[in-house]
Design a protein around this ligand. Sequence first.
Ligand SMILES: [Zn+2]
Length: 446
Amino acid sequence: MSARRKFLRGLGAASIGAALELRALSASATEAAGHVMAARPADEPGRALTPWRPGCLDIHHIATGRGDSSLIIAPDGTTLMIDAGAMYAPPPADLDLLPSDSRRPGEWIARYAWRHLRSAGLAKLDYLIVTHLHPDHVGDVNPDLPRSADGTYQLTGVSDVAALLPIGVLLDRGALDYENVAIRDAPFARNYVAFVRTRQAAGGRVERLRAGADNQITLTNRAASFPTFDVRNLAVNGEVWTGQGEAARSLFPAISTLKPDDVPDENAYSAALRLTYGRFSYFAAGDLTSNTFDGELPWRDVESSAARVAGPVDVAVAAHHGLFDSTGADVVRALRPRVWLMDAWHVSHPSITTLERLFSQRLYPGPRDVFATALSPENSSVNDRLTKRLSSRNGHVVIRVSPGGEDYRVVITSNSDESDRVKTVFGPYQSRGPQQSLLFAAKQWA
Ligand SMILES: [Zn+2]
C-alpha cells in the first residue's frame, strides 16, 4: 500500500467520494469567487470548524506541541504552508505530542492540512515555505524514523508532509546550493537537503526566497478576482525589503570579517512575510531575532527592520516562539497588532520578558489579545503573572478573515483529536487598514 493510500485510510469513511465532492466544491468555489461571496456560517463552540469558503482567508496555526507549522488558504483557494517542524524529545522539555504519540508530528500536520484542503474542495499545497533550516521548522531526525522510498532521507516534518500531499513550489533560504547555510552538515539539515535533492531530481520546483519580492508567492487560481491580496517577502538571509519596489538591503557585515561569536546563527537568517488582504494584514517572521546583545551588535536585529517596513498589522506572530531574544520593543512599537500569536512547543516558550512587551501599554496603547498554541504547566507556574492573561493556551489557532478582509475572527479548535471542534471564538475584530493604522501611529508619535 502506498504511503498516501495508507495515510488516507486513517481518515475514515469521510474520504470516500472525496473526488466527487472536490469537483462539486470547485465548481461552486469558482462561481462564488466570480460573483457574490456569501458570508460563511458562524463557527460555534462545540461544533466542527466550518469549511473555508471562496473569498475568505484562513490562517491556521497548527498545534502539535512539537514544532511550528501554519496553513494558509487564500481567497481564491491558493494554499501555503509555512514550516513543518517535528521534535522528538519527551516531555517535560518538549510538550505533549497531540493529538497523540501514535503518529509523527509531520504526519499530524499533513493530515490536518489534508482534511482542511479537502473540505475546501482543494487538493494540494501550492507553496511550502521554510523560514529557516532548524529542526522545529523542517523536522528533526533520529535513528527510529522511517526512510523515504529511495532511501536518501528520513520522513520527518517537511518530508512527512511532502510524502502525503502534493506540493507546487518549495521555497527556502538556501536553495539550490545551500552554501549560505552554515549548519548544512547538521543531521536535520542534511536530511532536509537530501529531501530537496530527491524532489529536484523528480522534477519538483524548489526556489530560494528573494527578500523584497511580492511576485514570488502569488495567487495561482483567480488572482484577478482578488487584487488586494498580497504576500511580501520582508526579509530573508539578513536582507530586508527597503519599502521601494522590490529592492532589499543587507544588514550583515561580510561574515569573513566577524569574530566567531558574532557570526549570525540560523535564526537570524529567517524569512519574514507580510500578508495583506484588503484592510487586513498579518506578519510572521519564523525565528527572526531582535537581540543586539545589549547594543553590541545592532546589525544582528533584522526583526525590527522587517517590522518597521511592514508597518502596523492586525495580527502578528511573535517570532521565535515568544522567546526573550525576539519581538523586541521596536518590533512591538512598529507592528502594534490587535492580535498576537505564539507558536509554542517547548517548556521554555514563551519568555516572561517577551510577554511583558506584548502586553505593554507603553509600547503601544489599546486592547490586544494574545494567543499561544500551547503552554506547559511548568512555564505557567513560573510566568503565571502574565501567562494568565493569555486568551488561549492550547489548541489550534485559526484566523478567519471575511471576504474582502474587512474583519476577522480568531477561532480556537481542539487538538486533542482530529474533530476540529471549536472551543472558543474571539471577535469579530475590525481590520484597521494601512491608512488608519498609519494615522493612529502618527498620533502616538506626536
Ligand atoms: Zn523555532
